[in-house]
Design a protein around this ligand. Structure first.
Ligand SMILES: [Zn+2]
Ligand SMILES: [Zn+2]
Length: 279
C-alpha cells in the first residue's frame, strides 16, 4: 500500500551538481509513473536504483528542455536494452513530432510501440491516463508554452480512501487551477524565485515561494512540496521560509528525496532523503 514520490531532479532550468532538472517517479502501489523527463533523467533513474524497463508510463508537463529533453535519450536506451513492452507517453502536442523528427534525422528508432497521448486543450480538466492503480487528470497551467498540471489519484483498495498527489511545474501565479488541486494530500509546486524577485517571476511565468505557499493554503492541501529551485539560491532555505509564512506544512524538495503519502490517518510524512532501493 505504497504511495510515494522519488525526486530525481529538483532544480530549475540550469542543472547543477546539487540539483538536476525536473523529473520524479511516483510509485502508486507498485505502479511507477515518470513525471517530467529533463536531460539526464535516465542517469538519475539508475542512480536512484530504479529499473528503467519497469517504467511503462511517462507524463510530461510541457516541452521546455528542462522537462522534456531527456525523453529521446531515455527511449533510445530502452530500445538498446532490448525493450519490447509498449510505453505510454502523455505530453503536450508537439512532443511526438519532436521525438519522431529527431529519431528520423539521427537514424534512431525504437522496436517497442509508443502510445502517444497528446494534450491540446486550454481549459478544464481531462483524464489522460487510467489503469488499475491510478487515474491521471490534466489541466492547463500558465506558462510561456502550453503547460499542464496533473492530479494523480490512487485507485483505493478495500475501504481506504483514495490518496491524491498534484503536480504543477512550471506556472505563473494564477488561481485558475485551484479547483483541480483542491484537497490534495501532497501538492508539488514550482518555486523558482524568492519573493524579492516577484517581478522577474511574473516576466518568466514562474512562481515565487510566497505565491506557492499561498496557492497551497487556498487549495486546502495537506502538504506542499517545493521544487524547480533556481540555481542562484545557494541557501534555498530562504524559499522554504517564505513559503511557510503562507503555508506551514511546506517542504523543500532535494534530489533523491523520497516523500511518502502515509495511509493510516491520511497523513503526509517524509520518509527521508535516502534513495530508493528496488529488488
Ligand atoms: Zn518551463
Ligand atoms: Zn522548468
Amino acid at each position: 500500500m505504497n504511495f510515494y514520490v522519488t525526486i530525481l531532479g529538483s532544480g530549475a532550468a540550469l542543472p547543477t551538481g546539487a540539483r538536476r532538472c525536473s523529473a520524479q517517479v511516483v510509485n502508486i502501489n507498485g505502479f511507477k509513473l515518470l513525471v517530467d523527463c529533463a536531460e539526464g533523467t535516465q542517469d538519475r533513474i539508475r542512480y536512484n536504483h530504479l529499473r528503467l524497463q519497469s517504467l511503462t508510463t511517462i507524463i510530461v508537463s510541457h516541452l521546455h528542455g528542462d522537462h522534456f529533453f531527456g525523453l529521446p535519450g531515455l527511449l533510445s536506451t530502452m530500445h538498446l536494452c532490448g525493450r519490447t513492452e509498449p510505453v505510454t507517453i502523455v505530453a503536450p502536442k508537439g512532443a511526438r513530432e519532436a521525438t519522431e523528427t529527431l529519431f528520423r534525422l539521427t537514424g534512431n528508432h525504437t522496436e517497442f510501440p509508443i502510445d502517444w497521448v497528446e494534450m491540446d486543450f486550454a481549459e478544464g480538466m481531462q483524464r489522460v491516463f487510467a489503469n488499475n492503480r491510478c487515474t491521471v487528470d490534466a489541466f492547463p497551467i500558465v506558462h510561456s508554452v502550453p503547460a499542464y498540471g496533473f492530479r494523480i489519484t490512487e485507485v483505493p483498495r478495500g475501504t481506504n480512501r483514495a490518496r491524491v498527489y498534484a503536480y504543477c511545474c512550471d506556472t505563473a501565479y494564477t488561481e485558475s487551477f485551484l479547483p483541480y488541486i483542491a484537497g490534495a494530500d501532497l501538492l508539488c509546486l514550482e518555486c523558482t524565485f524568492a519573493n524579492e524577485l516577484a517581478e522577474l517571476a511574473e516576466q518568466r511565468q514562474h512562481l515565487t515561494a510566497g505565491q506557492a505557499g499561498r496557492l497551497a493554503a487556498q487549495a486546502g492541501v495537506r502538504q506542499l512540496l517545493l521544487t524547480h529551485i533556481s540555481a542562484r539560491y545557494k541557501e534555498p532555505e530562504v524559499l522554504l521560509h517564505q513559503a511557510m509564512e503562507e503555508f506551514e506544512n511546506s517542504l523543500l524538495a532535494a534530489d533523491s528525496m523520497r516523500v511518502e503519502i502515509g495511509y493510516a490517518a491520511g497523513k503526509v510524512y517524509v520518509q527521508g532523503a535516502g534513495s530508493e532501493n528496488e529488488e
